[in-house]
Design a protein around this ligand. Structure first.
Ligand SMILES: *Cc1c(COP(=O)(O)O)cnc(C)c1O
Length: 396
């Protein structure tokens, strides 16, 4: 391969047009046309036949008794917390997408942020147990980027201390832990179907549970809390799933296993292409786990790589390669949480990972060749690291 010069130093950008961090992998319109037309003609356009069909298909895929489809994952998390009638504090990671924390706050609960394992990026079960107090009522864990949590350890801790265990499984539809699908651990697992996730319903969420009473309460909860007689059981939300979304969700679910396999190929190309570079490391997949690679994350050690994460991000932007600093800033550093909504002790691993993490472009239909071009760009940037740093900061 011939030597290329990074775009920040005047070389040709790796891509002529912007390579996005992700893109939804969705069917062609004609594959949905019949179902959409029938739905239009029937006049039943929300929370009806196709939503029931989708819920059944998801429950079957996950191996769980109940899958309740609703408007989005955030609403699903809020309703699950409400339906469980919790009080006090919920243990959650700060290294996660903002919606994890927001759902806890909207459900009227306080957050106790707990640190992560710096290798897997998931909640550290030891630290979870240490943080439990008389105020704690639940644990909300997140399978970060699809990497499954140590779900059995968390279940054991929750059982021992009489706590509810909920998973924000937004990234993890299709993840496995010890051969079992993510979806049936804890009291409930909540999935997202937004366009950046693997199963796409335009917008949507799924609450998966084996608990019949919880499923019933989430079902009425997405209808204002109205059990049918307009004597609301609790203040619910207006959070139903439209039929069109379910039609799209059904079709993308069919391709899920195939799409996970493709993402594993892309991740393999990234790992093979970057593993010998000093200062680049990867999220470690939990032993016994299969991730979905909802995102593909690298950690950048500034001393060893020669550039820090932010400089690499800028240098890649000049190549027309879009990356994301998921998750930076972590929740405990965000404006929304500079108040009494949360408490925490030091979170050194969260701070460490959020300062170094960078997610590279990945989507299910991304050609392998594109991953190879991204690898080549990162290698060239590393090779010219001192000059790139100088060009970006104006100092040596
Ligand atoms: C995407 C995401 C959500 C929110 O999902 P919506 O369906 O958009 O509400 C929640 N948690 C995590 C970790 C996410 O990545």
């Amino acid at each position: 391969m011939h030597e290329r010069k990074p775009a920040v130093l005047g070389g040709e950008p790796s891509f002529k047009t912007i390579l996005p961090i992700t893109r939804p992998t969705i069917p062609r319109l004609d594959e949905l046309e019949n179902d959409l037309r029938e739905c239009f003609c029937s006049g039943m356009i929300t929370d009806s036949k196709n939503v029931r069909k989708f819920e059944e298909a998801v429950a079957r895929y996950l191996g769980v008794r109940y899958a309740v489809a609703l408007s989005c994952c955030t609403d699903g998390l809020m309703l699950t917390l409400k339906a469980l009638d919790l009080e006090g504090e919920v243990i959650a990671p700060s290294f996660t997408f903002s919606a994890t924390g927001h759902a806890i706050v909207w459900a009227g609960l306080k957050i106790r942020f707990v640190d992560i394992n710096p290798k897997t990026f998931n909640l550290d079960p030891e630290k979870v147990e240490e943080a439990i107090t008389g105020q704690t009522s639940a644990i909300m864990a997140v399978h970060i980027f699809g990497n499954p949590c140590e779900a059995d350890r968390l279940e054991e801790i929750a059982r021992k201390h009489g706590l509810k265990l909920i998973f924000d499984s937004a990234h993890a539809l299709g993840s496995l832990y010890n051969g079992r699908k993510i979806g049936s651990f804890g009291d409930a697992e909540v999935f997202s179907l937004s366009p950046t996730k693997l199963v796409v319903a335009a917008e949507g969420g799924i609450v998966a549970t084996n608990n019949e009473e919880l499923a019933r309460r989430v079902k009425i909860g997405k209808n204002y809390g109205n059990p049918g007689d307009y004597n609301c059981e609790f203040p619910g939300l207006s959070a139903r799933m439209p039929e069109f979304n379910a039609i799209l969700g059904l079709k993308t679910l069919e391709k899920l296993e195939e799409n996970i396999a493709k993402r594993h190929e892309i991740a393999k190309a990234y790992k093979e292409g970057l593993s010998d570079l000093p200062g680049i490391s990867f999220q470690e997949i939990t032993p016994g786990g299969r991730t979905t690679y909802k995102d593909f994350a690298i950690l950048v050690d500034p001393e060893e790589f020669g550039l820090d994460r932010d400089d690499l991000c800028k240098a890649l932007e000049a190549e027309n390669i879009m990356t994301r600093r998921y998750f930076f800033p972590p929740l405990h550093k965000q404006k929304a949480y500079q108040n009494k909504s949360s408490t925490y002790d030091d979170l050194p691993n969260t701070d460490f990972v959020s300062k170094r993490v960078l997610c590279l472009p990945i989507f299910s239909h991304m050609p392998l060749k594109v991953a190879e071009q991204v690898v080549a760009a990162i290698r060239a940037i590393h090779k010219y690291a001192p000059r790139v740093r100088k060009a970006l900061t104006g100092s040596g």
